[in-house]
Write a protein that binds this ligand. Structure first.
Ligand code: SF4
Ligand code: SF4
Length: 128
């Protein structure tokens, strides 16, 4: 199994931390709803996105917070915190059986995002 280092610039998300880090324990990347497959980065989304302004979403965000030993260990070691990545965009060339992503790094974007569909995995590259 492989796991990319996640850089995220979606500062509207409750999981976002300055330094473009993602504090979620796990993120899941999907194709946008209504699209069976993705042909460009804008067709993908980060399902773990939780908008900062929605109180109800805070519960979900806290539930998915990366507050276990791995975070404190990462702080102590000075290494970057990064979530586990599961991905269902199976026509991306970085996608691997088991819903893994074999890219070294991924970049999640979405300026002024207010819903999951506003976020994208910029690292998506179509297989074709
Ligand atoms: S949009 Fe996704 S990758 Fe970015 S901080 Fe939120 S959960 Fe993490
Ligand atoms: S680079 Fe491709 S396989 Fe990796 S998370 Fe993004 S869309 Fe999924």
């Amino acid at each position: 199994m492989s796991n990319p280092l996640v850089k995220c610039t979606v500062d509207q998300c409750t999981h976002y931390m300055p330094g473009d880090q993602c504090m979620a324990a796990k993120i899941t990347v999907y194709n946008d709803e209504m699209k069976g497959t993705s042909s460009k980065a804008q067709d993908t989304l980060c399902k773990a996105f939780h908008h900062r302004k929605t109180m109800g979403d805070m519960v979900g965000a806290l539930h998915n917070a990366n507050i276990g030993g791995s975070v404190s260990a990462a702080f102590l070691e000075g290494t970057q915190i990064t979530p586990a990545v599961e991905c269902f965009v199976n026509n991306c060339k970085h996608w691997q059986n088991g819903n893994y992503c074999n890219a070294q790094n991924i970049h999640v974007t979405g300026s002024n995002a207010s819903k999951t569909a506003d976020t994208d995995c910029e690292t998506f590259e179509s297989e074709k």
